[in-house]
Design a binder for this molecule. Structure first.
Ligand SMILES: [Fe+2]
Length: 351
């Protein structure tokens, strides 16, 4: 698909036609269809067969007004929780700070199981920005250079979270916008190595390593989560770029922040970079992305991926009452920076 592609549009009484579109092109838009949460919930129940339980509820999006609190929420999300529950099976969209461009991703694909469908609806649009561009993951794979496509196919992707045994005091004093000083007790709920391993197993970690860090940080655990780099879509047989894990790569976050996030967004990432192992610091806790065998995913490879994804973008603009449903594997989505107030409801599940 190209940027000239129009997202197919439906009325609320055209659910069967919308499902057919969802099963072929993987996206359907319902303009001005949901005036309220109950209306969104009703439409989502007609489109989504079995809901996906997010285990959300601990955080209200309203509390996530700073990057620091967002990262705290993200860290907990990775384990268990993170989104406000609005009603049965409907959640608040994750609300990264307004000035941040949330890079293209497929929801929850950093977990072992993730929803096939995601639906978004809005009753309040931002004053400026805040749109949710969507990205064709089949086209993105085709737009990749041959060498990167083959590496993603054969090696997959590995996300590594490093967490020191004790919180980094330097970072506590000056955490910066994206660093959350934490230690095992806070992150895993225990300081006991064997119990940490139990938590890692529970969270679906593929493998892990413990390495001695500086004395004040104690042992550092490297939690590895392996994901495929491409996947074959079961219903259509199409191969897709499995983009989500890539959004965590520092170089990718910088690429998207530079292009769409504005100066403040970029500044945050530069601060982040200055605090990490990339600047030679000893293992503060962060997310690292490599190929599945642990080999480096270079900035050049990441730029190739970002360009390919960006070339597969289909822009559309939120209007009040719009609802959109996406096949979570065929389409990635992003969130633009915005001003004013914005409210987006989400529902997830299987067909
Ligand atoms: Fe999302």
């Amino acid at each position: 698909m190209s940027a000239a592609v129009q997202i197919p549009r439906f009325e609320v009484d055209q659910v069967d036609a919308a499902k057919a579109a969802l099963n072929s092109v993987g996206v359907a838009l319902f303009p001005h269809a949901v005036a309220s949460l109950p209306e969104f919930s009703s439409l989502s129940r007609q489109l989504i067969g079995s809901p996906y339980s997010y285990n959300g509820g601990e955080f209200r999006a309203a509390q996530m007004d700073s990057p620091l609190s967002y990262v705290k929420a993200l860290i907990r999300t990775f384990g268990k929780k993170g989104r406000a529950v609005l009603s049965a099976d409907v959640y608040e969209a994750s609300n990264v700070p307004r000035h941040v461009y949330l890079p293209p991703h497929n929801d929850m694909t950093y977990r072992e199981s993730w929803p096939a469908l995601i639906m978004l609806g809005t009753t309040k649009v931002a004053s400026t920005g805040g749109h949710t561009p969507v990205f064709d993951c089949v086209a993105a794979l085709a737009h990749l250079s041959e060498s990167v496509r083959e590496k993603l196919r054969t090696l997959g992707v590995r996300i590594t979270w490093t967490v020191p045994q004790y919180p980094n005091k330097d970072m506590e004093a000056d955490p910066g916008p994206f660093a959350t000083p934490t230690g095992w007790t806070n992150f895993f709920g225990t300081d006991d190595e064997s119990e940490v391993i139990e938590v890692l197993k529970e969270r679906g970690s593929s493998s892990w390593e413990f390495k001695d860090g500086p004395e004040d940080l104690g042992k550092v655990v490297y939690q590895h989560y392996n994901c495929p780099g491409t996947q074959v879509h079961a219903l259509t047989g199409k191969e897709t770029l499995f983009a989500s894990p890539l959004a965590f790569h520092f170089a990718a976050r910088e690429w998207w922040a530079s292009k769409y996030g504005g100066p403040k967004s970029l500044e945050d990432f530069q601060h982040l970079r200055s605090r990490t192992h990339l600047a030679g610091r000893p293992d503060p806790q962060f997310i690292l992305v490599s190929y599945g065998d642990g080999s480096e995913m270079t900035a050049e490879d990441v730029a190739d991926i970002c360009r390919a994804v960006d070339e597969s973008k289909v822009d559309w603009s939120w209007e009040k009452g719009d609802a959109v449903i996406l096949d979570n594997q065929l389409w990635a989505h992003a969130r633009e920076p915005y001003t004013g107030e914005r409210s987006v409801m989400t529902a997830f599940g299987e067909r």
